[in-house]
Design a protein around this ligand. Structure first.
Ligand SMILES: [Zn+2]
Ligand SMILES: [Zn+2]
Length: 341
């Protein structure tokens, strides 16, 4: 009898969670705060299996995304004359690294996935375009994958966990870093990102992804030509601030999925293996305080202490001071103390 009651209670909880997730997909993201047994953990992952031809196209594109930027970096290192104009290329590299990096961290991640702050429509469009120019896929797909990661983190259904499966540790690490791009099961946007599918600004940026690909490679070429005055200068800037920059933004982002679920330290209780990794803090613009983030997913700040630098939080609060960001979320001291390990 007791077993029957508890199984009825569990079914009721699942139904409540299903309804909550359908109505507000971002509710999935507070699952880490919910008491054990309540929330979306019990749901089955909502994925669709790509058709054979769609999967082939997808895998070819993923193959290009993981191979072309490192080839560009190698060419930049080996190309005779590619070390001329170091300051010029360094500046264009830094500007585009920060623009596209913040597009992912403050934009795709903290704004669109977790709704940890609000911005006016023009700033929203800028974040969506900047993140798209990091070449990590269109915004709606990125958000759907990341929300699924939070719902099932390090459990069956997580698209990129380094601790799941029977393969050896190196294969699991590779899978979480970039192997998962080649999977046939794709996160259902209608399940995980329905809110963004109904946002005309986000939908427009998402639909025009090909143009942001052209722009992210075209801008460094044009900047190199304008600053260096020759096609050779344009090509060298394209190698450094185009392909090599994309390589670094890619691998730093992917390290959050791989390194920050295997190495590092854990400070807060979370239902996964997420960890904080100091050496990644500045290159990842604050994303590597990943254990803090899994414990408090809707917080706009991930680095809670003075010694946890978080440039994305600095940017969001800077926008807040300019009146361009509002409703900036942050857990209070008491909530943080309650979750300490
Ligand atoms: Zn994670
Ligand atoms: Zn997240």
């Amino acid at each position: 009898m007791l077993g029957l009651v508890s199984s009825m209670q569990a079914t009721a909880r699942e139904l409540v969670a299903e309804v909550a997730l359908d109505a507000h997909p971002e509710n999935a993201l507070v699952a880490d705060d919910a008491p054990a047994g309540v929330g979306t953990r019990s749901l089955r992952p909502q994925v669709r299996r790509a058709t054979r031809s769609a999967l082939r196209t997808d895998r070819i594109l993923a193959g290009l995304v993981v191979t072309v930027p490192p080839l560009g970096l190698l060419a930049a290192i080996a190309w005779p004359g590619a070390h001329e104009g170091l300051v010029r290329n360094g500046i264009v590299f830094a500007v585009l690294y920060l623009f596209t990096g913040f597009g992912i961290t403050a934009g795709f991640h903290r704004l669109f996935t977790h709704k940890s702050f609000e911005v006016p429509r023009l700033v929203r469009a800028t974040f969506a375009i900047a993140g798209s120019m990091a070449l990590q896929g269109p915004v709606i797909r990125w958000v759907a994958d990341h929300r699924r990661h939070h719902v099932f983190s390090d459990k069956e259904g997580d698209p990129h966990s380094p601790v799941l499966g029977t393969k050896n540790a190196v294969s699991r690490f590779f899978h979480s870093h970039m192997g998962w791009f080649f999977q046939a099961d794709k996160s259902l946007p209608s399940r995980y990102a329905k809110d963004l599918m109904g946002d005309p600004v986000v939908r427009w940026v998402d639909k025009n992804y090909a143009w942001w690909m052209v722009l992210t490679l075209g801008i460094p070429f044009a900047a190199g030509f304008a600053l260096g005055g020759s096609l050779h200068a344009a090509f060298v800037t394209f190698l450094w601030a185009g392909l090599a920059r994309i390589f670094f933004v890619h691998h730093v982002t992917w390290c959050i999925n791989s390194v920050c679920h295997v190495f590092g330290t854990r400070r807060y209780q979370s239902r996964d293996e997420s960890s904080n990794v100091l050496w990644l803090a500045l290159p990842s613009l604050g994303e590597s305080w990943h254990n803090n983030h899994h414990a408090f997913p809707t917080s706009a700040t991930h680095g809670f202490d003075r010694f946890q630098p978080d440039p994305s939080s600095w940017l969001i609060h800077g926008l807040g001071k300019l009146g361009l960001a509002s409703k900036i979320q942050m857990p209070n001291e008491r909530d943080r103390a309650r979750r300490l390990i």
